[in-house]
Write a protein that binds this ligand. Structure first.
Ligand SMILES: Cc1cc2nc3c(=O)[nH]c(=O)nc-3n(C[C@H](O)[C@H](O)[C@H](O)COP(=O)(O)OP(=O)(O)OC[C@H]3O[C@@H](n4cnc5c(N)ncnc54)[C@H](O)[C@@H]3O)c2cc1C
Length: 371
């Protein structure tokens, strides 16, 4: 007899399993249909011994001290500041767009102050900022929008930026200084021995039993439990009663080269050339030393594993119908990227899981990360 059946062993599921077992002494059955824990953040050593992320590059960054403190109980960290370059007009330039990007692209020698004036001269202010196109064009104008954003977004989402919520590109800043870090969060680091090692420590508790290669449908009627934490797709849970929530998927192609390093930075974006969106060289992220190096190419596609909830108002409206159903279903808690159909980063999912845990435990959020 279990107190909780936790469906999905990603960030959401492992955080809740750990908290329920360790802080409330609950008996937990953690089930995942994949052959491993870690969800989309799963990493492993490939056949050449290079540490890779099976479901695409995962860079940890957060402004939440709670989340960082909580995860630090299960891992040491490798300090890492993420850098990305974009292949535009036949050359590699920093992205987010900064002073060096513009000077390299246009052969100018603007100062930061002059660049602010340049952006002002090319920006096309829009009355209301509704779509991803509005966000960018109103900041840097049509030409830079075409060079850096339009093609990338169309490949990534299969939609024009004018059809996507502002939230998608609102994540990408534009800078007038030379800061070429992709993120500016207070905490930026990678789990020292990888994500999977961190998850293994989270769920290594006598109260947690783990069942892999198992869809929860296979066991839901043969195992006794009080409540369910569901981190799979919410529409799947309700048998797609109102229709399918749309997701964007990816195909990953890995390549190992007989050289220690090939890229100047971890990620190269290809906004306009090639079918793939970006190429990631893992050793930049992990700090691993190895004679070989492995890269992954990402090809966006409509079909396949559900990776990205598509941020459009009509999809949010469909989700709200499922959410109302979830609210009216006692004993089942929905959480995580798929469970709440939110385009969340890892830290946001941990924060969401901790908040749910605090609610279940009747604790204040600040108390719930304790040992
Ligand atoms: C390509 C890519 C790159 C990303 N990069 C970053 C990044 O750099 N930084 C960042 O912070 N975030 C990144 N993210 C987001 C990050 O992956 C998520 O925020 C996080 O992994 C979500 O955790 P989760 O537990 O909600 O879901 P998941 O990790 O998806 O876990 C859900 C689990 O539920 C299981 N499951 C589903 N249905 C069932 C079922 N019926 N029965 C049993 N098990 C089931 C699945 O197999 C899965 O393991 C990226 C996402 C993608 C796709």
């Amino acid at each position: 007899m279990f107190d909780y059946l936790v469906v999905g062993a990603g960030f959401a599921g492992c955080t809740l399993a750990e908290r329920l077992a360790a802080a409330l002494d609950k008996k937990v059955l953690l089930v995942d249909k994949r052959p491993h824990i870690g969800g989309n953040a799963y990493d492993h050593h490939d056949e050449h011994g290079v540490l890779v992320h099976k479901y695409g590059p995962h860079i940890f960054h957060t402004n939440s001290r709670d989340v960082y403190t909580y995860l630090s109980r299960f891992t040491d960290w490798y300090p890492y500041q993420h850098r990305v370059q974009a292949y535009v007009d036949g050359r590699l330039v920093p992205i987010p767009i900064n002073l060096d990007t513009i000077n390299a692209l246009y052969g100018t020698s603007f100062t930061a102050f002059e660049l602010a004036g340049f952006f002002k001269s090319v920006a096309q202010p829009r009355e209301s900022i509704r779509t991803s196109e509005d966000v960018i064009v109103s900041q840097v104008g049509q030409e830079l929008y075409e060079k850096f954003f339009r093609g990338y977004t169309r490949k990534q989402w299969g939609l024009d930026p004018s059809e996507l919520d502002a939230a998608v590109t609102a994540r990408v800043p534009v800078r007038t200084n030379r800061d070429d870090r992709y993120f500016t969060d207070a905490y930026q680091a990678m789990p020292l021995r990888g994500y999977t090692a961190m998850f293994a420590r989270m769920v290594a508790h006598k109260n947690i039993k783990i069942l892999l290669n198992t869809d929860y449908h296979e066991i839901e009627n043969s195992v006794l439990y009080d409540e369910v934490i569901f981190t799979g797709p919410i529409d799947e849970y309700f048998d797609y009663r109102f229709g399918k929530l749309p997701y964007r998927s990816l195909q990953f192609t890995f390549e190992t080269l007989n050289t220690a390093q090939v890229q100047p930075v971890a990620v190269i974006n290809y906004p306009n050339d090639n079918l793939y969106t970006r190429v990631t060289e893992f050793k930049h992220l992990t700090g691993q030393e190895h004679a070989k190096t492995t890269r992954v190419y990402e090809y966006p596609q409509a079909e396949g594993d559900p990776y990205y909830p598509i941020p459009r108002e009509e999809n949010a409206a469909l989700y709200r119908r499922y959410q109302a159903l979830a609210d009216a279903t006692p004993g089942v808690h929905f959480v995580g990227r798929l469970g709440t159909y939110k385009y969340y980063n890892m830290d946001q999912v941990v924060a969401q899981a901790l908040t749910l845990f605090a609610r279940i435990a009747g604790m204040r959020r600040a108390e719930c990360v304790g040992a």
